[in-house]
Design a protein around this ligand. Structure first.
Ligand code: HEC
Length: 191
């Protein structure tokens, strides 16, 4: 009886070590060796916990306040959104303004609209991983070095040191999302 228990517990112990070493190595492995499903899962987790959808997902209004519109997750500021007039007096006094869905911001720098980051061609569907890396880590529009800087509130400086594996995971997840067609309005730049 004691012997059986010993064999069982050592089996569990060994299984535990194998499990820990597998999960541990998944994030440190060269990205080319990580399978697509693991990348998608990790990317989904990062997008959810970093909260990309706070800005990039349109919202529906509920009694509890705005919640992400599940039919249009990550598709950016709605092209059919009716923007209320900008309160210039508030801006002059030093306020910045947010659209209630958190997808547009007005500041002295201009007006920014959260981008469509779904897999649609109006999103990042045709982007390369290099473009995605440049947008996320250098804050360049469409991920092209010579393009304008991305406006706030896109928090790209927070992502500047993100690991290549995590960038790849987010990119792979975004490429796997339901495509949502939505051409986000062009930013207004006051610089
Ligand atoms: C606090 C709001 C906010 C958060 C959080 C946020 N973004 Fe953004 N993002 C924006 C805005 C606004 C823009 C558009 C800026 C502009 O046009 O100048 C943008 C632009 C982008 C772009 C560039 C799109 C283009 O066409 O050039 C990418 C890619 C992007 N975001 C991905 C992400 C990802 C991935 C996350 C989460 C890891 C994230 N963003 C989190 C607000 C946010």
């Amino acid at each position: 009886m004691k012997k059986t228990f010993f064999i069982f517990s050592s089996l569990f112990f060994t299984a535990g070590i194998v499990f820990i070493s597998c999960t541990g190595s998944e994030t440190s492995k060269p990205v080319s060796e990580i399978n697509n499903d693991s990348l998608i899962k990790r990317g989904e987790y990062l997008v959810a916990t970093i909260g990309c959808g706070d800005c990039h997902s349109p919202k529906v209004m509920t009694a509890m306040g705005p919640v992400p519109d599940t039919a249009r997750l990550l598709s950016g500021h709605r092209s059919d959104a009716k923007m209320p007039p900008v309160n210039e007096a508030a801006l002059k006094e030093g306020w910045v303004l947010f659209y209630p869905e958190n997808t547009a911001m007005v500041s002295p720098l201009g007006i920014s609209y959260a981008a469509n980051i779904t897999s649609d061609s109006t999103g990042i569907g045709n982007w390369t991983f290099e473009q995605f890396t440049i947008a996320m880590t250098k804050g360049k529009y469409k991920g092209i070095e010579s393009n304008r800087n991305l406006l706030p509130p896109m928090p790209w400086p927070n992502f500047a040191n993100m690991s290549n594996n995590d960038l790849k995971a987010i990119y792979t997840f975004l490429k796997s999302t339901k495509p949502v067609k939505n051409v986000v309005p062009a930013a207004q730049i006051n610089l």
